[in-house]
Design a binder for this molecule. Structure first.
Ligand SMILES: Cc1cc2nc3c(=O)[nH]c(=O)nc-3n(C[C@H](O)[C@H](O)[C@H](O)COP(=O)(O)OP(=O)(O)OC[C@H]3O[C@@H](n4cnc5c(N)ncnc54)[C@H](O)[C@@H]3O)c2cc1C
Length: 412
């Protein structure tokens, strides 16, 4: 009899894992308390870059932290009460920024991102929603032209991994993106990538595809993960036990708390990010735009111009503080002076972040049949299809064709 797998979490990671398992003929039941793709996977910035290989923690970043923390419009905020819980993670985060470890992190990020555009297009093929992944440049824009320096470490990391890049001046930037304001004096373009026109819709379309291929979905809150007397794993939910021969944990930022009763502790933070959608923007962007100083991404999507970014540390269950979304309005207006800011939608989501920007992937040592697929931090939308592929290999006992060592859960 073929195995039955529980996928705990119906975000983009759980959905892509499910599709890859179904392709191998494995039965899957997804459990999520919310509708599929409604967590971080719904509201992200939609960047799908095969070239993502630069982690959040980079040498020298620490110098910006005081400036960021004390600026109410800055990209990082930590709730005062949460500081004692945040500090141990922050120390690990800063320690990850050493030049010796960086090449391995860059390679491991690359291995998960490189095929992402092709894999999304393959998954979407035949769904009627192929248009939701559009060709795009990734345009990193700078106010200070001298800062657009391809010799800096982050750009060298990309270049060493084959990223097609070009630095352009103000005039060339204006031709590419006429809606940008005059403050922007230079840009670095990452070529040959894509952007999502509606990340949540992509998740829902792929979820529907998985259902059509035979997956099951149970809307339930998982209260615990326990070994089953008959072998395998039970998800202990508010509607009863759900049994699987194996269980893939893909519960995003909530994954760590489900492991605590098993005696497993991992430094996973809910790095809360916000977005604002300008519904009647009056302007249009042709590509994904990264505002280098403000550390936010703007993109024209199906429902308007979406600006997404900011990192807020307040714990996974704290209520959203939508002031963090609203700070994006004046920043986006500076980026796009013609923007109509009157009709907006605010949103908060939780990036599941480890200090080294890499996820945990693979069977947990000492827990046969319990497989980690969480912790994709700022890059989970792009890393999802390849994560699905490698997790499906692990579940079915095949060897993934990438080195899995960097994603081990016991690396911290
Ligand atoms: C502002 C912002 C911008 C971003 N921009 C990008 C980008 O441009 N490109 C990119 O690649 N990535 C981006 N990301 C990161 C990306 O969105 C995440 O890494 C990715 O969505 C994580 O997917 P996930 O499936 O692990 O988590 P989620 O989408 O959060 O899914 C986890 C699911 O698990 C369910 N769950 C959790 N606990 C339980 C439980 N106990 N019982 C039942 N269900 C449970 C939740 O309900 C949820 O549906 C961004 C994130 C944010 C916040």
């Amino acid at each position: 009899m073929s195995e039955r797998i529980i996928v705990a979490g119906g975000g983009i990671i759980g959905i892509c894992v499910t599709l890859s398992l179904l392709e191998k003929g494995v039965s899957v039941e997804i459990i999520d308390r919310d509708p599929p793709a409604s967590g971080a996977s719904h509201g992200n910035a939609g960047v799908i870059s095969p070239w993502t290989c630069v982690p959040q923690s980079m040498p020298g970043n620490w110098k910006n932290i005081p400036k960021w923390l004390f600026d109410p419009e800055g990209p990082v905020s930590v709730h005062a009460k949460y500081m004692p819980k945040f500090l141990p993670w922050a120390i690990k985060f800063l320690r990850a920024a050493n030049e010796t470890g960086l090449p391995a992190i860059g390679d491991a990020m690359s291995a998960l991102n490189r095929p992402n555009v092709d894999l999304y297009r393959r998954h979407l093929d035949g769904t009627g929603s192929e248009h939701l992944v559009a060709d795009s440049l990734y345009v990193h824009v700078f106010r200070d032209a001298s800062a657009a320096d391809l010799n800096k470490l982050a750009w060298r990391m990309r270049s060493e991994r084959g990223t097609p890049m070009e630095a352009v001046n103000e005039g060339e930037l204006q031709e590419l993106e006429p809606a940008l304001g005059p403050d922007y004096k230079a840009a670095i373009l990452l070529k040959d990538q894509a952007r999502a026109l509606d990340p949540g819709a992509i998740g829902r379309v792929l979820f529907e595809k998985a259902m059509a291929m035979g997956a099951k979905f149970r809307q339930a809150n998982i209260q615990g993960i326990v070994t089953a007397a008959e072998g395998g794993w039970n998800a202990d939910t508010d509607v009863g036990l759900v049994h699987g021969d194996k269980l893939v944990l893909a519960a995003g930022a909530w994954s760590a708390q489900l492991l605590v009763p098993l005696g497993i502790k991992v430094p996973l933070e809910a790095e809360r990010g916000y977005h604002l959608i300008f519904r009647e923007p009056g302007v249009k962007l042709n590509n994904s735009i990264m505002e280098h100083d403000g550390k936010f991404v703007a993109s024209s999507m199906a429902d308007g111009v979406r600006t997404a970014g900011t990192a807020e540390f307040a714990g996974v269950n704290a209520a959203p503080d939508y002031r963090r979304a609203r700070v994006l309005a004046p920043l986006t207006k500076q980026l796009l002076p013609g923007l109509n800011t009157t009709d907006t939608v605010e949103w908060m989501g939780r990036r599941p972040s480890f200090p080294d920007s890499l996820p945990c992937l693979g069977e947990l040592p000492g827990y046969p049949g319990l497989i980690a697929a969480f912790g994709h931090s700022h890059y989970g939308f792009g890393m999802a299809p390849q994560t699905g592929r490698v997790i499906a290999e692990i579940v079915t006992g095949a060897a993934p064709n990438i080195d899995m060592t960097p994603y081990r859960i016991d690396r911290f």
